[in-house]
Write a protein that binds this ligand. Structure first.
Ligand SMILES: Cc1cc2nc3c(=O)[nH]c(=O)nc-3n(C[C@H](O)[C@H](O)[C@H](O)COP(=O)(O)O)c2cc1C
Length: 182
């Protein structure tokens, strides 16, 4: 039988991704933040704007971390960062609407990711049942009441009950490896 040399683990992100069990046991992280971001970027997704409203007006942020969680009861989940300045305003009202962006709304995805500006300036939106803003032209939307906010590392994991939902026909805005997919 041929003697096989054990494969040497490289330091690049590709080999880390390909090395099952890489990293030490006992809670030592297997990958650093930069590597993890790079690897997780291979998970393609849509892009949404999570929007709420308070006495100062509509507020929102671009999010990739959004998913359908349960059909009965109808739940979705989002993961806003601890650093988001919009999220505390949304959370305080207990409701938000998720606008799933269409392929034509790449610019909105960019502008809603910038902190400290009036993101709704010049943006067409309408009011959902909860009062939350739905972005006009969004491919689909869900209007939600917040159920639970969990601490999850440097983000919150937020579950919310869907009260109303709707969609248009069209193409989604897609995001893959840190880029919009045309
Ligand atoms: C493509 C893309 C996806 C993003 N996904 C998230 C996300 O899932 N969660 C999050 O907290 N921030 C996410 N961000 C960053 C927020 O949009 C950004 O930090 C936020 O809008 C900052 O503004 P704020 O201070 O008004 O909250 C994403 C940004 C981009 C461009």
């Amino acid at each position: 039988m041929d003697k096989q040399e054990p494969a040497e683990a490289g330091n690049d992100a590709a080999s880390l991704a390909a090395a099952p069990g890489a990293g030490a046991p006992g809670g030592v992280p297997a990958v650093n933040a930069e590597e993890l971001r790079h690897v997780m970027g291979h998970f393609a997704s849509g892009i949404v704007i999570v929007g709420g409203i308070d006495e100062l007006g509509p507020v929102g942020l671009t999010c990739q971390s959004f998913f359908s969680l349960s059909l009965d009861p109808p739940l979705v989940a989002i993961a806003p960062s601890h650093t988001s300045t919009s999220w505390p305003r949304i959370a305080a009202q207990g409701a938000f609407a998720v606008s799933i962006l269409s392929a034509q709304q790449q610019e909105l995805s960019r502008s809603f990711s910038v902190s400290g500006i009036d993101k709704f300036e010049g943006v067409a939106w309408r009011t959902a049942h909860t009062g939350s803003p739905i972005i006009e032209g969004a491919l689909a939307w869900v209007d939600c009441r917040i159920e639970k906010v969990h601490e999850a590392g440097d983000h919150y994991l937020v579950t919310a009950r869907v009260l109303h939902a709707g969609h248009l026909d069209g193409q989604p805005l897609l995001y893959y490896r840190g880029q919009y997919v045309a």
